[in-house]
Design a protein around this ligand. Sequence first.
Ligand SMILES: [Zn+2]
Length: 285
Amino acid sequence: MTTESSLRADIVEVGRRMYARGYTASNDGNISVRLGADRLLMTPKSVCKGFMTPDMMCITDLDGRKLQGDRDPSSEMLMHLEVYRQRPDVQAVVHAHPPTATGFAVAGIPLDRPVLAEVLTTLGSIPIAEYATPSTRELPEAVRKYIKAHDGMLLANHGALTVGPDLYGAYYKMETIEHFAKISLVARLLGRENLISREEVMRLQELRGSYGIKAPAPICADDQPAADVCQVVQAPAGDGRRLIPDDIDGAAFPPKSSAGPEDREIRLTYRELSALIEDAIRSLR
Ligand SMILES: [Zn+2]
């Protein structure tokens, strides 16, 4: 049984790591853990997560009433309470603003492409919960849609949220999301991602069981894209291949496109476009 004092120390340590890694700035972010069946231990509002001490934490009930602590609980408490209500298996919740993952959340690009085997076996798909005003009742409502089927998600124009069977489990998922976002960004800057085929994605899902990594929901079948009951992964059919090349400019993905070469998108610089128009005008004269 984990004692309250060791959980207080663990929250301090996780906050210190999040701040040291740049996942939070100033007083951003919040952390909570279950303390028995009906109480939560939570970071207080308006403190930097890099400089907390164990005595700063608040204890609340599952309705958010403060039971103990000199400070008020996190301004995002409603989001934490919603997660614990929806996921009895979850023991800890971590929220931060890691910059690369948050960049994807700002761009509206979910981390749902099958690119890294480790991410598929630990998190599966990472969707984006719709934009909601922070610290209002909108945010738990946005999170509710995805939390039953996902252990990690981006929050549109805000940050990321992860959950786990213990505090370090939830924190490591935050690390995985930011690491995955950095790798995805580099691959996209390089102009190409090789996607893991749907068949290989399913094989990796089966491996989760043998690794002892419980998935909150299965990968969605092609005809079942419902983020509240399964995880949407943009995996192309393999046709016997395990990796499918994807040119970011859209030539190869989505693979079902029936567009002929005349309908394909091309990119021109402004200078090239101007030269083409000038050529066309000259030939008309
Ligand atoms: Zn936030």
